[in-house]
Ligand binder design. Structure first.
Ligand code: PLP
Length: 365
């Protein structure tokens, strides 16, 4: 087996058992003598995959019956436009919580369709925290938030807000923890951070909310079209959906979302504890808003930064370079990343501290 310690922010690490099953299905799916890549999406076998995947989403996240589960394409970035296209009309306003890079991208698209009200922003502190005191105006068409800020390393832990319908971009923390679906009217997530390979976008939406969408929407951008056609209005991303199904089955075996949440808490705690202890590094997000999925931290100087990147790479640690606009480090601890990989990273940080202090003493002496 290949195996680097993959802390990449996306596409994410997937369990090796899932990779093996996926690889087998590419060659000969279920002994059918056909590859999953060439099978008709209208075949009963594949319809069964779509149904099973929907049921797994429902089961793992306790999605109530009055919500629909949809598989779309175009990534979370298409949702930035599709949400306002469906739910924001000229002369109306939509409320947005500005918590970072992806929230800003969503805001930019919404402005094409109507008025955007920024209810709160954490830009004043480089998005190191989640604003908590804000007014969720009932008059707004909806309030849009980003549950986990993949680049800045902050996460929302409290979604209780009365007012406008809540829409959430959960791309980078869906399936990583328990959520209460009924807190939201619509959730969307690009699959490639915790659900499966890139190519599919998950949407979970309250039917009553979907029914309020505008009437004149192009078919491929109309949620109701996907709902009415079991997500198969056109050719769906067959392989992505299939691998997502395998991955959700794996998640179920891990004790579901509750089971994985405990492991994710443990992984994040281990790494943050080392960041707080090690004099060469410091965390960037406010302690109460630290993300369990994307741990962002900086080195005390450029020498440590480049030195540690190389040191870590030599030990098979990949994907820890911070986002290009932020610098420093970002370690993504998605569901499939084992605790043992975090242990390797933490011990590399401690070893590097020792090497660096020995070397500094030598230079000074
Ligand atoms: C990665 C990411 C996106 C962009 O997703 P695409 O599927 O690449 O369009 C949007 N929002 C969040 C929170 C993300 O982490």
């Amino acid at each position: 087996m290949h195996k680097k310690h993959n802390f990449g922010a996306g596409p994410c690490i997937l369990p090796s058992s899932v990779m093996e099953q996926a690889a087998q299905a590419v060659i000969n799916w279920g002994g059918m003598g056909l590859s999953i890549l060439e099978v008709s999406h209208r075949s009963p076998e594949f319809e069964d995959v779509v149904l099973k995947t929907q049921l797994l989403v429902r089961e793992l996240l306790s999605v109530p019956d009055h919500y629909s589960v949809l598989f779309l394409q175009g990534g979370a970035s298409t949702q930035f436009a599709m949400v306002p296209m469906n739910f924001l009309s000229k002369g109306k306003k939509a409320a947005y919580l500005d918590t970072g890079y992806f929230a800003q991208k969503a805001i930019k698209e919404a402005k094409l369709f109507g008025e955007v009200a920024l209810v709160a922003s954490s830009k004043d502190k480089d998005y190191a925290y989640i604003p908590v005191d804000f007014n969720n105006d009932k008059q707004a068409a909806y309030l849009h938030c980003t549950s986990n800020n993949t680049i800045e390393g902050t996460e929302i832990f409290d979604f209780s807000t009365a007012g406008a319908p809540l829409i959430c971009d959960m791309s980078s923390d869906i399936f990583s923890r328990k959520i209460n679906i009924t807190d939201f009217d619509l959730i969307y997530a690009g699959a490639q951070k915790n659900m499966g390979p890139a190519g599919m976008t998950l949407v979970i939406a309250k039917n009553e909310f979907l029914d309020q969408a505008k009437k004149e929407i192009p078919s491929m951008l109309d949620y109701r079209v996907f709902r009415d056609n079991m997500s198969m209005y056109n050719t769906p991303p067959v392989f992505s959906i299939y691998v997502a199904m395998l991955n959700l089955l794996w998640l179920k075996d891990q004790g579901g979302v509750n089971g994985i949440e405990q492991k994710n808490i443990e992984k994040a705690k281990l790494l943050y504890t080392e960041i707080d202890r090690n004099p060469l590094f410091y965390g960037t997000a406010d302690v109460g808003h630290r993300s369990r999925m994307n741990v962002t931290f900086l080195a005390i100087n450029k020498e440590v930064e480049t030195g540690f990147l190389k040191f870590a790479a030599d030990q098979g640690i990949v994907g820890i370079k911070g986002y290009r606009t932020v610098g420093g480090f970002r370690a993504s601890l998605y569901n499939a990343l084992p605790l043992s990989s975090v242990e390797v990273l933490v011990s590399a940080m401690a070893s590097f501290e020792k090497i660096y202090s020995d070397k500094t003493v030598l230079e000074l002496g």
